[in-house]
Design a binder for this molecule. Sequence first.
Ligand SMILES: C[S@@+](CC[C@H](N)C(=O)[O-])C[C@H]1O[C@@H](n2cnc3c(N)ncnc32)[C@H](O)[C@@H]1O
Length: 206
Amino acid sequence: MGLYVDRILPWMLERVLRLPALEEQRVEALRGSAGRVLEVGFGSGASLPSYPAAGVQEIVGIDPNPGMIRRARRHQSASPRPVRLVRASGGALPFPDGRFDTVVTLLTLCSVPDPEATLREIRRVLRPGGRFLFLEHGLARDARLARWQRRLTPLHRLLAGGCRLDVPMAAAISASGFAIESLDRYETDLGPRVSRQMYRGVARVA
Ligand SMILES: C[S@@+](CC[C@H](N)C(=O)[O-])C[C@H]1O[C@@H](n2cnc3c(N)ncnc32)[C@H](O)[C@@H]1O
């Protein structure tokens, strides 16, 4: 793992991902979390203050980047509930079937190399009736903007840790066997328009 991925990218991401504008969106996305929670793509743990005060028993955060895990460890003890950090990829979750009541992804499905494999794993580790909560950016409704997102994705992937601008999030989630119970599509005001097309919602195994 090179200097950029191990040191520089985690440093940059931590700064961007702790902006207050994102915190409000996380609070809204995490409102339904309860019981044993798995957060896939935990990053530096910027989500920890946004979990509801009651109802969450423990949080397991996974991330494949050791630089992100190192940063997350600094915030782990600030959480009022147990937080366990595991270095792992969303495409191969090291947990038994049905282990979690809630699985969360926040600005992560854009960065995983194979979103379908990660969504399959999320389904597998959710207990029957468990909830998948997501806050992601993805493909725009506007056709012109979507064309720009497709054009810029190769460059953006190089600069932003593999992050794609053009994933049709709702379609990818439904195609992976989830029934989407609620979905908010909106444009946030943070960053360039190509990366501001938000999908926030709740899904259950169909
Ligand atoms: C944009 S950051 C978001 C971090 C965090 N969810 C937040 O909101 O602050 C994307 C995260 O996805 C992680 N990631 C990349 N590939 C992954 C994979 N295959 N499985 C799980 N996480 C991955 C990255 O290391 C990074 O921490």
